[in-house]
Design a protein around this ligand. Structure first.
Ligand code: ADP
Length: 376
């Protein structure tokens, strides 16, 4: 008798019901209807779940969703990348840090949204945890934002301000000191001229630093836009050589300029600053009677301008840092000329701004070669 019950599945035609099952059939009909509804709702949920995964998969922010037992249900690509964890990790183990565990315990206790910053795998992450409470359970939505760049910029800004104050203070201290010696009459008559010369030089240094800082900050405000015009790089190279002729001749430096004629379209003033900064350094860091060569080639759809000197060179230790603001490889040598430690960081900034590459190779005692690389 029970064998016939197995026929009551979704495909059963209840209109042609077997008389022997007449009484029990409404009950089965209900069960089958409920089952159908349950299946439909399960499918709808699965498709919503998939929708959430699809939408969140390529988000820049990390997203993790955990169930009430702390099991991760969704972990998008960004979260996996930031946390370097598998999608089957547990909520409490997402970050290996005691502060994180405390942070989670606090949220479990207070059931309130909380955010905290963590340094994880070279990222500076801001982690927001939001408890989701329904009538039965509590799950969690975790949003992870990568604040590494903002943090880096903040550190750079602080370091820059500290450096600016220091760099401005040292010439001013020296100016004040010598001026005081003269004004109080302590300085001997014969020293006054010498002291005035120092004051004049340090004053100039101060002006140069302020000039460079202004240049850097105007480049920082990227919004200004650039005035692009078409010009020939050969003319700019010749202009730079001419502008610094006094300095190179003063050191008896032989300058060979073979930069070819090639037209590019960009900001002529920024490009001239870029070449000038590098060329001026080449003169500054090349000894009496040295050689500087400016040249260019076209290689693999790139125009490369070389500024090569056979001067003092840069050590491997200093090389990665010379584009930093206020970095000077040889602190002792810097004071006697118009060094600020800003020239190359301005050059790098300009290159980035114009979309050019700027590279350098160097060997102590042999010289340095700077390369400006332009996509053509
Ligand atoms: P500075 O005002 O000191 O020249 P820069 O930012 O222009 O500052 O350069 C940073 C440092 O890089 C310099 O102090 C110097 O030590 C080194 N440097 C730059 N160009 C050269 C070069 N052509 N040869 C040797 N050292 C160089």
């Amino acid at each position: 008798y029970t064998k016939g019950l197995n026929r009551f599945d979704e495909t059963y035609n209840f209109n042609s019901i077997d008389p022997s099952y007449k009484e029990i059939s409404p009950y089965f009909k209900n069960l089958i209807e409920s089952n159908k509804k349950l299946k439909a709702s399960e499918m709808a949920q699965a498709s919503r779940f998939k929708e959430i995964i699809d939408i969140t998969e390529n988000m820049e922010e990390g997203l993790v969703i955990c169930d009430e037992n702390g099991k991760v249900e969704i972990m998008n690509k960004a979260a996996q990348n930031y946390l370097d964890k598998d999608p089957d990790a547990r909520f409490i183990d997402l970050i290996d840090d005691e502060d994180y565990k405390e942070f989670i315990k606090e949220i479990e206790k207070t059931k309130k949204t909380k955010a905290m910053a963590f340094d994880v795998n070279n990222f500076h992450l801001k982690v927001f945890v939001d408890p989701i409470i329904d009538s039965y359970d509590m799950g969690y939505v975790i949003i992870i934002i990568d604040n590494s760049e903002t943090r880096k910029a903040e550190l750079m800004r602080r370091e820059f301000s500290a450096n600016v104050s220091h760099e401005l203070k040292s010439p001013l201290t020296s100016i004040n000191g010598y001026a005081e010696l003269i004004s109080t009459g302590i300085a001997k008559e014969s020293d006054v001229r010498n002291f005035a010369e120092i004051i004049y030089k340090e004053g100039n240094r101060l002006l140069q630093i302020i000039d460079d800082i202004l240049k850097l900050s105007s480049l920082d405000e990227n919004g200004q836009g650039i005035d692009e015009i078409e010009f020939d790089i050969k003319e700019i190279a010749e202009l730079c050589v001419d502008n610094y002729r006094g300095k190179s001749d003063g050191k008896n430096i032989k300058v060979i300029n073979t930069v070819g004629s090639y037209k590019i379209r960009t900001s002529i003033s920024l490009f001239t600053d870029l070449v000038s900064n590098i060329y001026e350094n080449a003169i500054k860091y090349t000894n009496e009677g040295g050689i500087i060569e400016l040249s260019s080639i076209i290689l693999d759809k790139k125009l490369i301008i070389f500024i090569k000197d056979n001067g003092v060179g840069i050590s491997q230790k200093d090389l990665p840092r010379i584009f930093e603001r206020f970095y000077m490889a040889d602190k002792a040598r810097k004071r006697d000329n118009r060094s600020t430690g800003l020239g190359l960081s301005i050059a790098k900034h300009i290159a980035d701004y114009l979309g050019f590459g700027l590279e350098v190779t160097s060997k102590v005692g042999c010289g340095s070669t700077f390369r400006i690389i332009i996509d053509i």
